[in-house]
Design a protein around this ligand. Structure first.
Ligand code: PLP
Length: 377
């Protein structure tokens, strides 16, 4: 059979028909695994920090979806990001986008300061800044997130790869928001892909998980594997099972969220309560053309609204929402709304008039009506 399409791969996630007739895998809870009288492992697995029997179907699927050669699951998205940072050595140079998930920017900044890594924060909407920041031979890693939190800036992956490779640096793309349904960075030349699997991959607000997918089995990947094992940032067995189940509906969820988000963004853009709707699917978004060229059939369910009446209007609208849940995170079945500056705290650089929306699977008319009544004074 020629290689299966993404919808077939995810629909069959973990499906099997074992000797007991199970169609979905049972949850294997053992943390330790027996040896025979000659000290041989009965199952090939020794201890669950080495890798649980729950991982192979999950990691094989994630690797295929992102067109990599191997994948690892972690206890969270940031645990996966930390493993990538741990593959650097003192004296290396790291480039991180100014616009990205704030938790990662905070982690990378502290990590670099503590471990002697040179760090540059760069505006990725201007490739000349990246070109100027690269230090051939010293820059070991360029981090990318696209579309990026919370303005949904789009980064030109092909161009970043071209510039980074020219300087001998690897590229790691946080692809949490587009998921492999909409963008496959390895096809565009990236070396590593990261997902907070807590978001769309699981999709039900009930699992904290991370994943890394690699384009090659190199020394960096070996260091990452060793770090997961030695530091124990492994995923629990129940979480692995839930993630596999969530993945089965990934494609339909992402496409539906993207469709609803585009419809809502288009309807909301002219609304007088807003001075901007930030969504890469809108022709007015500065990254729209680029997004069309590297996102496949949708622009995700993530958008941000900026209120003409400033912070007070943004907070007032949030307080009136009835269908949207006021909560952080993204990529779930239920739509979420958050005043991002409140969530990020006093050091946040996010404009205080901005509300971030994660569009879920509800009917578009219910979501639209909820927003209209929340905007009404
Ligand atoms: C784009 C992005 N990357 C990474 C993370 C971190 O993932 P986790 O919360 O699973 O550690 C988040 C969390 O919000 C995120 O939005």
């Amino acid at each position: 059979m020629k290689s299966e399409k993404l919808s077939t791969l995810v629909a069959r996630a973990g499906s099997m028909a074992d000797s007991n007739g199970h169609v979905v895998p049972p949850i294997a809870m053992s943390t330790t695994f027996a040896r025979d009288g000659e000290q041989r492992l009965l199952s090939g697995v020794d201890y669950s920090r080495d890798g649980s029997p729950m991982y192979p179907p999950l990691e094989a699927l994630l690797s295929k979806l992102d067109r990599g050669v191997a994948a690892l699951v972690f206890s969270s998205g940031l645990a996966a990001a930390h493993a990538v940072l741990m593959s650097l050595r003192p004296g290396d140079h790291l480039i991180v986008p100014q616009a990205c998930y704030w938790g990662f920017r905070k982690l990378a900044t502290q990590f670099a300061a503590d471990w002697g890594i040179a760090l540059s924060l760069v505006d990725f909407t201007d490739n000349s800044q990246l070109a100027a920041a690269l230090r051939p031979g010293q820059t070991k890693l360029v981090w990318v997130e696209t579309p990026a939190n919370p303005s949904w800036e789009v980064t030109d992956l092909r161009e970043v790869v071209r510039l980074a490779k020219g300087a001998g640096a690897a590229v790691c793309v946080d692809s949490t928001v587009p998921t492999p349904v909409l963008t496959r960075p390895i096809e565009l030349g990236a070396d590593l892909v990261l997902h907070s699997a807590t978001k769309y991959l699981n999709g039900h607000s009930d699992v904290l998980a991370g994943a890394l997918i690699t384009a090659q089995l190199d020394e960096r990947w070996q260091r990452i594997c060793t770090h997961r094992h030695d530091a124990g940032a492994v995923l629990g067995n129940v979480e692995a099972w839930l993630l596999l189940r969530g993945l089965k509906t990934l494609e339909v969820r992402v496409r539906r969220c993207s469709q609803t988000a585009l419809e809502l963004a288009t309807r909301l853009e002219p609304h007088p309560a807003l001075h901007a709707v930030l969504y890469p699917g809108l022709a007015s978004h500065p990254g729209h053309t680029l997004a069309r060229s590297q996102m496949d059939g949708g622009f995700s369910g993530m958008m941000s609204l900026r209120f003409a009446g400033g912070e007070a209007a943004a907070l007032a609208a949030c307080s009136k929402l009835r269908v949207f849940v006021r909560a952080t995170s993204l990529g779930a079945t239920e739509s979420l709304a958050e005043h991002r500056a409140t969530v990020e705290g006093p050091a946040s650089r996010v404009p205080r008039d901005l509300v971030r929306l994660s569009i879920g699977l509800e009917d578009v008319e219910d979501l639209y009506e909820d927003l209209l009544q929340a905007f009404a004074g």
